[in-house]
Design a binder for this molecule. Structure first.
Ligand code: URA
Length: 245
């Protein structure tokens, strides 16, 4: 049987969220199955995250602005194009780091600006504890990277941070491997014009905020349990500052 054109593109949109693109492609499905598998070792997990990120980067960069140029081939001048603006990658610490190599594979010139956000256990609010963004983001095309769109709290907080620094919502792309319906509802409820890309929308969040079936703790599977969590000292410093205000 012949595949339809839309099946051949490997992309679908979500019936509820027209700005959400879901990768529906045999290569993505195969790799996603392997990242979900609890038996996949960390090394392979990291490689698969990078490969999936590259596959997500393909549609997410399809409308990057290009500038016409010319290059000399060994035979003659040829018309060529180059990416006009240096793209910005914004990995949300720490699991977002796992998607950076896949984007860099296609856009080695991309600048990386890290954002760390933790969930206050008392208020459940998303609190930025590390923000290394350019002061002025007007005119930047930015890709916010986090493999798991769970509650949506850190996604909303990171997009809000970018908008506060002058980014235009039409220039932002939110990239995840797996999204929960709860996170999508929250994120698009707050930022309906945001454009997002993911490989799968899963069933639901469990009581601990993990996506089911998901893949477990993406940070732990990338970097090992206990490594690189929000430093306790940073949390204590934020609390001290808040008490003084
Ligand atoms: N973060 C993770 O690493 N996994 C989840 O399932 C949800 C949030």
């Amino acid at each position: 049987m012949e595949a339809s054109v839309s099946a051949m593109s490997g992309l679908t949109t979500h019936p509820q969220y027209p700005n959400l693109v879901i990768l529906d492609h045999p290569l993505v499905a195969d790799k996603l199955g392997r990242v979900r598998d609890a038996a996949t070792p960390n090394k392979e997990f990291r490689e698969l995250c990078a490969e999936l990120a590259t596959l997500l980067a393909w549609p997410a960069t399809a409308d990057l602005e290009v500038t016409d140029t010319q290059v000399a081939t060994p035979l003659a001048w040829a018309n060529a194009k180059s990416i006009t603006r240096v793209p910005l990658l914004v990995p949300i610490l720490r699991a977002g780091l796992g998607l950076v190599p896949g984007f860099h594979a296609l856009m080695p010139q991309a600048t990386v600006a890290h954002v760390g956000i933790y969930r206050d256990p008392d208020t459940l609010e998303a609190v930025p504890y590390y923000v290394n963004l350019p002061e002025q983001l007007s005119g930047w095309r930015a890709f916010v990277l986090d493999p798991m769109l769970a509650t949506g709290a850190s996604a909303i907080a990171s997009i809000t941070l970018l908008l506060e620094r002058g980014a235009d919502i039409s220039d932002l792309r939110y990239i995840s491997l797996i999204a929960a319906p709860e996170g999508l509802r929250a994120l698009f409820g707050e930022h309906p014009k945001l454009r997002a890309y993911t490989c799968a929308v899963d069933r639901h969040l469990n009581d601990h905020g993990y996506i089911v079936p998901g893949l477990g703790d993406a940070g732990d599977r990338l970097y090992g349990a206990g490594a690189g969590r929000v430093p306790e000292t940073a949390v204590r410093a934020i609390r001290r500052r808040e008490r003084k205000q």
